[in-house]
Ligand binder design. Structure first.
Ligand code: FES
Ligand code: FES
Length: 166
């Protein structure tokens, strides 16, 4: 049984026919749409490598059936930069050396973008670590990752403060 879903992916409206209704959002993104920036680590909800934003909230795309997000806005790592300009979280990861092998990095960055949007944990490294604990990095880049998330949060908070003062 095939079915058709409509998604906005990184700002582009797409109508997609699913031949198999059991396809996950992760497989749809990677195999069908060639958006391979989202990584498949465990494929069972344990590592966070597949994290994307659905309607602004971070989710594990390996645990999400594509058909259940019909009508949603999906953002992947490919949708963060504006032209040549990196998203502030991407820039912070580079500045703080928050990546080693880099395999978990797209999921870490998407999780950080979601976390910052949630408005939680500003300036609190312990809370950042706790709230990012669903994203596993196996090569020990945590120090840089935490610093990057805090730096991006601070920048974000400054932007809001300046905007509110204007
Ligand atoms: S690939 Fe989805 S959580 Fe590991
Ligand atoms: S940077 Fe995450 S596993 Fe290496």
């Amino acid at each position: 049984m095939s079915l058709s879903i409509s998604l906005t992916i990184n700002g582009d409206a797409r109508t997609i026919v699913l031949e198999d209704p059991r396809v996950t959002l992760l497989d749809l993104l990677r195999e069908r749409l060639q958006l391979t920036g989202t990584k498949k680590g465990c494929d069972r909800g344990q590592c966070g490598a597949c994290t994307v934003l659905v309607d602004g909230r971070r989710i594990n795309s390996c645990l999400t059936l594509a058909m259940t997000v019909d009508g949603a806005h999906v953002t992947t790592i490919e949708g963060l930069a504006t032209g040549d300009e990196l998203h502030p979280v991407q820039a912070a990861f580079l500045d703080c050396d928050g990546l080693q092998c880099g395999y978990c990095t797209p999921g870490q960055i998407m999780s950080a973008v979601g976390l910052i949007a949630e408005g939680q944990a500003v300036g609190d490294p312990e809370r950042v670590r706790e709230l990012m604990s669903g994203n596993i990095c196996r090569c020990g880049a945590y120090k840089g990752i935490t610093e990057a998330v805090l730096a991006a949060m601070e920048k974000d908070a400054t932007i809001f403060k300046e905007r509110d003062a204007a």
